[in-house]
Design a protein around this ligand. Structure first.
Ligand code: TXA
Ligand code: MG
Length: 324
């Protein structure tokens, strides 16, 4: 079983043990403000291979490389003016920028799946300090088996991957609760590759430009992790529920009127007050809890598509998508 270290109680030990583990080429469970990451040295091919193996992740799906700050990021990627403005406004924070990779970057092609671009993010808090101490970028996908629900606590990581990794750092529940928003600037236009923990309206406010949504499904993989079925619990998922049937767990937002609520195996409230950031923070944990009731289906009430609702609804559509 993986060793756990509480970073609030033992920050120095956490840094020392984590940097030593990373230097051995081993991945670690790392808390970030969005979700927990499975982090390893982005310049070490053996370490990156272990990430893909531990998650069972297809290798054509590139990893986000995490940096300690913008100055570090500029050593690995080329920034256009709009991307730099976004980095200055939102880093550290839940924003990933896809940028041209510098040819001498040292990031291993396994981390970028051979692309000539790299997804870069500067996480808040402890993860940034660890990267500074380690001195190299950390490739980190979410710390879950590929296709399953992302981890937002150290216990989620250990339930899913605890037998396959040696170290999990524990910082309690992730405050944002959904993965970073991914943006790519091309020819002066901002494109949203994945809605996430930074609302699109914030990005548009800072740049004064519209964020273009994904083009119609093209054959080429754009953000290759954006596959139809993802975030899948064991139970089936039903959206926009206005009533509940026997054998269903209900996850609701606000206090909607739901017919047959007495039938529900369990009722979980993402945010009784209708606060979308609160709902995002609770989302993955509540999906796991609803799944653990053994309900055949998890029914979700309507969630508005504004602000962080865009990211929540994106995850729910994938959770509800037909599985292979
Ligand atoms: O909040 C987050 O972003 C978390 C934490 C741990 O930082 N990480 C995360 O990683 O969500 P992951 O691997 O689960 O999702 C990364 C997404 C995938 O959809 C991948 O295809 C996309 O980023 N991506 C990475 N590099 C890319 C690139 N060069 N071009 C386009 N998409 C890229
Ligand atoms: Mg993921």
């Amino acid at each position: 079983m993986a060793r756990h270290i509480d970073i609030l109680e033992h920050p120095q030990t956490a840094i020392e043990v984590a940097t030593a583990t990373l230097a051995q080429g081993l991945p670690i469970g790392l808390p970030t403000e969005t979700v927990y990451g499975l982090a390893a040295d982005a310049t070490n091919p053996a370490a990156i291979t272990r990430i893909y193996e531990t998650k069972g992740r297809p290798r054509f799906n590139p990893l986000i490389c995490h940096m300690s700050d913008l100055a570090m990021a500029e050593r690995y990627a080329v920034f256009d003016p709009i991307s730099r403005k976004l980095a200055e406004a939102f880093w550290p924070g839940p924003l990933t920028l896809v940028l041209p990779l510098r040819s001498d970057s040292g990031i291993h092609p396994l981390a970028t799946a051979g692309l000539d671009t790299v997804g870069i993010r500067v996480p808040q808090g402890f993860a940034g300090e660890l990267i500074r101490a380690f001195g190299r970028p950390l490739a980190a996908p979410s710390a879950n088996t590929s296709g399953k629900i992302s981890a937002t606590s150290a216990d989620h990581v250990s339930d899913d991957l605890g037998e396959r990794i040696t170290l999990i750092l524990d910082a309690g529940a992730s405050v944002v609760g959904v993965e970073s928003t991914i943006v790519k600037v091309e020819d002066g236009e901002m494109r949203l590759l994945r809605p996430g923990g930074l609302a699109a309206t914030e990005i548009e406010r800072v740049t004064g430009k519209a964020l273009k949504r994904k083009k119609k499904a093209s054959a080429a993989i754009e953000a290759p992790g954006m596959m139809a079925s993802h975030y899948a619990p064991g139970a089936a998922v039903r959206l926009e529920a206005k009533e509940v049937f026997a054998d269903e767990a209900l996850i609701r937002f606000g206090t909607p009127v739901i017919a047959g609520i007495e039938n529900a195996v369990a009722v979980l409230d993402l945010s009784p007050a209708g606060d979308l950031p609160e709902a995002a923070a609770n989302l993955f944990d509540f999906m796991k809890r609803a799944d653990a009731t053994g309900a055949a289906t998890i029914a979700f009430s309507h969630i508005p598509d504004e602000g962080l609702g865009e990211a929540i609804n994106d995850r729910l559509r994938r959770a509800a998508a037909p599985r292979e």
